[in-house]
Write a protein of this length. Structure first.
Length: 106
């Protein structure tokens, strides 16, 4: 069983979800809105170099552990320390009391 260490949750993250707003003109605007700002523990952080068609770049993978926030999904994203991360996996841990979220830089 994966343990949650409250004292290790030193990092403030923001969970965001895409929202759609219909303008008076009928146009639909999509924006990201925050819905939770939990404290989290960073349990894994990697930086992998890759080659893309546009040239060289880097991508970061990170895993966060936090107390359970209902309805987190892979369509959401995380902002942390000035960077934006797309959520690629959500795993319940500690008998459903916590989450481990894996994400990659956008």
């Amino acid at each position: 069983m994966t343990m949650i260490k409250a004292g290790a949750m030193r990092h403030q993250i923001t969970l965001e979800r895409m929202t759609e707003t219909v303008q008076p003109s009928g146009a639909v605007t999509q924006t990201w809105a925050s819905y939770a700002t939990p404290r989290a523990e960073i349990v894994q952080q990697e930086l992998a170099d890759y080659l893309s068609g546009a040239g060289e770049g880097t991508t970061g993978t990170i895993a966060f552990r936090l107390w359970n926030v209902p309805n987190v999904s892979t369509s959401d994203r995380i902002t942390y320390n000035g960077a934006t991360y797309a959520i690629i996996g959500v795993l319940e841990i500690a008998n459903g009391r916590g989450l481990e979220i894996r994400a990659v830089t956008q």
